[in-house]
Design a protein around this ligand. Structure first.
Ligand SMILES: *Cc1c(COP(=O)(O)O)cnc(C)c1O
Length: 374
């Protein structure tokens, strides 16, 4: 896929080979015949949905999962055949599109099914995956009665095809959860047993479940998200990881200005940084409008194989770094990624921001072009 021209040097570089390799490693690790559903919601966790989907499909993923109908439409515009599952709730008004374009929808309420009937054109079919809420408390059916009621509506019409059933775990990436995970597994199995026949695709495992739990939970498919991008769901998952992962996301820019600051001079809004001794300040064209939020002040970047700190307040479009020497304008600055022996990771940003790694690439805004390396 071709990268378009960008004039600003700030960009996220996505290593599609890493994504490909992570999916291939998973495929080799899974039991034979277990399918890989590549989770590419939220613009593939900020990495770029079309390019990531392409890499994942080439590596053996046979279905894509997104969160919203609009995300499904975007993917379908680029891929004619691949199965696409919308994991979240969908308005019934999306049914005509879903039916025509073969988008599989998640269903968890009988009322929704009744509405769906009104939207579904005569003699057309729509594929459904039934969602069980076994303890996540988000969307899904929680009891046998609800499940049977839902099925009775579904079975009234041959236009509804139940292609799958699934659930999602709340604590799969935790070492000690007081048995919560097991309770979810039990409830799911109980509900599954109520069904007259199992649909084609039973799937419960997200990344953490697939990598560190009992292989029987792989069922017919696993939903591979965070580790496809080379990130760990938690440090517990990291300890038990069955194969190495390669991160795909790096964030880089260049110096656009370099100046010498005399002791006593200050930098940025509020003049919050004051030089204690003469020093060099570099300006980089990235700010909070790019998702590098102000709380990242103090975070380090890599320049010329060394670390430099972001100082003062991060502006909307620019930030300043404190440098040990006067690098040239145009010098490469790495905010996330590996330079020589040193590396700044998405996890470093996550711990600085007291959040999880999932959130970091998602909040790097669309102003930062994603460019692809393969
Ligand atoms: C996001 C999501 C996943 C992927 O989870 P990871 O932890 O990134 O593997 C799987 N299933 C559902 C229902 C999701 O919403």
């Amino acid at each position: 896929m071709e990268n378009k021209t960008n004039y600003r040097p700030t960009k996220a570089v996505i290593d599609l080979q890493a994504i490909h390799q992570n999916v291939v490693s998973l495929r080799h690790y899974l039991q034979p015949n277990v399918r890989i559903i590549a989770v590419v919601k939220a613009n593939a966790y900020g990495h770029g949905d079309i390019e990531v989907a392409n890499a994942a499909i080439n590596a053996g993923a046979t279905m894509l999962a997104v969160a919203t109908p609009d995300e499904a439409v975007h993917i379908r515009e680029h891929f004619d055949y691949i199965d696409i599952l919308v994991l979240g709730a969908t308005p019934a008004s999306f049914i005509p599109y879903a039916s025509r374009e073969n988008i599989t929808l998640t269903v968890f309420s009988a009322e929704w099914m009744e509405q769906a009937q009104e939207y579904l054109p005569l003699s057309k079919q729509v594929k459904l995956h039934v969602k069980i809420d076994s303890g996540m408390g988000r969307i899904g059916i929680t009891t046998k009665e609800e499940l049977l009621t839902l099925y009775s509506v579904i079975q009234k019409s041959s236009q509804f095809v139940v292609d799958g059933i699934f659930t999602h775990f709340a604590t799969a990436d935790e070492e000690d959860d007081d048995g919560y995970f097991e309770k979810q597994v039990c409830l799911f199995k109980e509900l599954l047993n109520v069904l007259p026949e199992k649909p084609r695709l039973v799937h419960v495992a997200n990344t953490a479940t697939a990598l560190v739990k009992d292989s029987s939970l792989q069922y017919d498919a696993v939903r591979f998200g965070i580790s496809m991008y080379g990130l760990l769901a938690s440090s517990y998952v990291g300890e038990l990881l069955p194969f190495p992962l390669k991160p795909a996301f790096s964030l880089e820019t260049e110096l656009v200005h370099v100046k010498k600051l005399k002791a006593g001079q200050s930098v940025g809004y509020g003049a919050t940084f004051t030089a204690e001794k003469d020093c060099f300040i570099g300006t980089i064209p990235i700010g909070y409008a790019d998702g590098m939020i102000r709380r990242l002040s103090g975070q380090e970047v890599l320049i010329g194989g060394r670390r430099a700190q972001i100082i003062g307040r991060i502006c909307m479009d620019q930030s300043m770094i404190l440098m040990e020497e006067a690098y040239n304008v145009g010098e490469h600055v790495l905010l996330i990624g590996q330079q020589q022996e040193d590396e700044i990771t998405i996890d470093d940003w996550a711990s600085k921001l007291e959040t999880i790694n999932y959130e970091i690439p998602c909040v790097i805004t669309a102003r930062v072009p994603r460019v692809y390396k393969s």
